[in-house]
Design a protein around this ligand. Structure first.
Ligand SMILES: Nc1nc2c(c(=O)[nH]1)N[C@H]1C(S)=C(S)[C@@H](COP(=O)(O)O)O[C@H]1N2
Ligand SMILES: [Mo]
Length: 437
């Protein structure tokens, strides 16, 4: 059963069961009649996957892996995304290299993609409905137009980071997507406050937790199984920055970022921010949906040795993400001429539910630290710009390390404590710089 549902690449799937793989990606009847299917939503899906429309799609044999996918996935692009590194094509997961995250507001084309299952192919924004039910006085069904009309519309820059960002650095390795540093983004999200919508439905006093459902499918393709379905405690749901969003950077949300409607619960593991949102249920117990437990998006309550087996009871749900930063300029590997050995470095820093109060950089492997300039965020939950002027004493190889400190005095560590699923790696970002004659 695990074998069926674990995440695996499309190439592997095609090798083991080409017809099955075809059916999974292109739909039930696809392998019987790919030709017909590819005229509609299937064609759009295939086009999105290979990054272009397919003029000769009528000739494509069923069960044949598109060469664009069979090759190194680094070569394949996602429509509307630019420069992302694809980690896994099934489910689709792609991160953004640090040097492409330099903008204060992350362009949609550079917002990472993290899918647990199969993204919906049919997205009808006009016909979309969001159901609010469970322990409410007045269950509701709202269209996106209803949301816009009935509630105050707000727009904020909000950081969204995958709980597994940085997983690639864990040793022993943790299974899952091997994110390096790029599963973080800070786009502007327009929507209504989740709080206002829940209040309109009337929250019963016994409610403690939300449950979110989206229109994606479980990775197995089995419609009876839910895709990821997570929730959050009411106090986070009632935070005025937790949104039901319908625009990303002033445009409709990108298909792969949850169009046409998603939750944005900034500062928490990205999994809290349900994409393709169709239903929110209020509960008097912690949600028990797909990927709510016992190890998903949880870390041990106490420090554990690398590789140690941790009992399920000792795993607790991740809430706020930890303090972290990125160096977005220059790109690692930057070279300076020896007669011009100074450089402005810059990047962003963020701290989950908190904010960043200090930023430091070092060029001598941590022996001495220089304080960087740090801007305040345009709104709470946005990442913050930092910059520093560095001078290098001689030619040679240097590393720049960056370290943020939050308002509670917590700093990024050089290396982070191991945990079984490889979450919350907020180790300092390091880049290489050479000064050459
Ligand atoms: N419906 C649905 N929502 C989802 C997911 C998903 O697979 N399905 N992935 C979650 C995870 S783990 C993350 S990190 C964020 C990623 O958002 P993005 O793909 O827009 O960057 O979406 C979250 N919301
Ligand atoms: Mo995630």
């Amino acid at each position: 059963m695990r074998r069926q549902t674990r995440e695996r690449g499309l190439c592997e799937l095609y090798q083991q069961d080409p017809e099955g793989a075809d059916e999974l990606i292109f739909g039930r009847k696809a392998h019987a009649d790919r030709r017909g299917f590819l005229r509609g939503a299937g064609l759009a899906a295939m086009g999105a996957v290979v990054g272009a429309s397919i003029p000769f799609h009528r000739n494509m044999p069923a069960g044949l892996i598109p060469a664009a996918l069979a090759e190194d996935t680094a070569g394949f692009t996602i429509a509307g995304k630019d420069g992302l590194r694809v980690l896994n094509d099934r489910p689709l997961n792609a991160e953004t290299p640090a040097y492409l995250l330099d903008d204060d507001i992350t362009p949609t084309a550079r917002h990472f993609v993290r899918n647990n299952g199969i993204a919906p192919t049919k997205i009808d924004a006009d016909g979309w409905t969001l159901k609010i039910d469970g322990l409410v006085n007045q269950p509701m069904e709202l269209s996106i137009a209803d949301l816009r009309e009935r509630f105050e519309v707000v727009r904020y820059a909000l950081q969204l980071e995958c709980g597994g960002n940085g997983r690639a650095a864990f040793n022993p390795p943790a299974s899952g997507n091997q994110w390096t540093v790029g599963a973080i983004a800070n786009s502007e999200w327009t929507g209504v406050r989740l709080r206002d919508v829940l209040n309109a439905a009337g929250v019963r006093p016994e409610v403690i937790y939300t449950a979110h459902y989206g229109a994606d499918q479980h990775l197995s393709g089995d419609p009876a199984k839910d895709a990821v379905s997570r929730g959050m405690p009411m106090w986070k749901a009632m935070d005025p920055h937790t949104l039901i969003a319908f625009e990303q950077n002033g445009q409709p949300i990108h298909r792969m970022n949850g169009a046409p409607l998603r939750i944005v619960a900034p500062g928490w593991p990205g999994s809290t921010s349900q994409k393709w949102l169709t239903r929110i249920q209020l509960r008097d117990v912690v949600h028990d949906g797909q990927k709510m437990g016992p190890t998903s998006y949880r870390t041990p309550r106490y420090p554990v040795a690398p590789g140690e087996k941790v009992p399920h009871e000792a795993m607790q749900i991740i809430e706020s993400m930890p303090v972290k930063s990125l160096i977005t300029y220059p790109r690692s590997g930057h070279t300076l001429p020896v007669d011009h050995r100074s450089l402005e470095v810059r990047g962003h820093a963020w701290a989950g539910d908190e904010h960043v109060t200090e930023m430091h950089v070092t060029t001598d492997f941590g022996a001495t630290w220089q304080k960087a300039e740090l801007e305040s965020p345009p709104n709470r939950y946005s990442w913050q710009r930092w910059r520093a002027h560095l001078r290098f004493p001689a030619k040679g190889y240097y590393e720049i390390w960056a370290r943020a400190t939050d308002n509670k005095g917590r700093m990024q560590p050089f290396t982070v404590a191991w945990n079984p699923k490889g979450y919350l790696n907020n180790a300092m970002h390091r880049i290489a710089v050479r000064v050459k004659v």
